[in-house]
Design a protein around this ligand. Sequence first.
Ligand code: PMP
Length: 405
Amino acid sequence: MNYDIEKIRSYFPILQQKVYNRPLVYLDTAASAQKPVQVLLKLEQLHNDYYGNIHRGAHYMADKATVEYEEVRDKVQTFINAASRKEVIFTKGTTESINLVASSFCEKYVSEGDEIIVSEMEHHSNIVPWQIAAQKRNAKIVKLPFNDTGLLEIEKLPGLITSKTKLIAVNHVSNVLGTINPIAEIIEIAHKNNVAVLVDGAQATAHIKIDVQQLDVDFYAFSAHKVYGPNGVGVLYGKEKWLEEMPPYQGGGQMISEVSFDGTTFNELPYKFEAGTPNITSLAGFGAAIDLVNEIGIENIGRHEHELLEYATEKLKAIKGLKIYGEAPQKSGVICFNIEGIHSYDLGILIDKMGIAIRTGHHCAYPMMQHFKMSACARISFGMYNTKKEIDIFMEALNKAIMML
Ligand code: PMP
């Protein structure tokens, strides 16, 4: 397929802008992806033409908004190949999806002395919810380590699993190292031992084809804003067998079947886990984002980003004193690095002034920083709209910044 980069870029109005009087080069898609005009128009259309609260109203606009909301559920179901729309729960984002499982799954299945295995390579949002849930039950968190290449030491996994292990939490793609983890293998090992697996897919869904049935994953969490959709919405995929048994996460409207002061019965899936008025407009926008990703093709996007990854990695490696963190053979379009004698924060500020958006800091992954004995690093990350020319502009800016610091 001919990857029509100019056409793709034309969908993103923000990329046509100048910052500090220079054309914007956006290399921070791992933090949040920019929004295409298709999404922006959908947000406007819903607000202008048929806004109403869903599942409640007996009027034209509420009905139309409800149909759209449920159509997005079907789109997500197809996008990740879930067996049933009941298994697609809308949340605020990856963080809320993981908190939901940590709270409800642990309430049902985790007791004192039980264990949850969490990889060392996780974003805080796939560590802290487990710690909170484990603390409440006197359960234990067990660390699955990774090595300096940026690979999980999965040969150690069978030895870490005990009769007390209830769940393994791991990301699909690391937001720092870019490593694409062998989650199918992890899931197979876990299931042989009757252990459930939650995969944090925040950094994967916009770059890799996800097939939850093929993976046989128990829970898969991701955020719309990293898949070119609006912020404030996300998805929890969960196998029906777990979701049926798990208690509700939050109480409120929509998640009930009947309520009286004598007691409440809960709605069927997926509504049991969708208390309150959801983010209706953002969800509709997410539908438009999925349409665009499907139109371009996730494999084509992934291939394009991989070319950028190889191009940028080679250029960065030529810089004296520059260290790249994570050199796994299977990597997504994320590169974290530091340069000897230079603080990444200073680098980020100077590069920003040249019109280039990169990320610096601890990337919400303190254990990762501790592993590499660093406090921060710089990160560039790619989306469907980035180009080799932008990498050249970045490299020029980086070299200038190095000279200045
Ligand atoms: N996990 C990973 C790997 C991430 O990169 C992020 C976002 N940086 C999250 C979880 C959290 O996502 P959100 O803030 O959208 O809930």
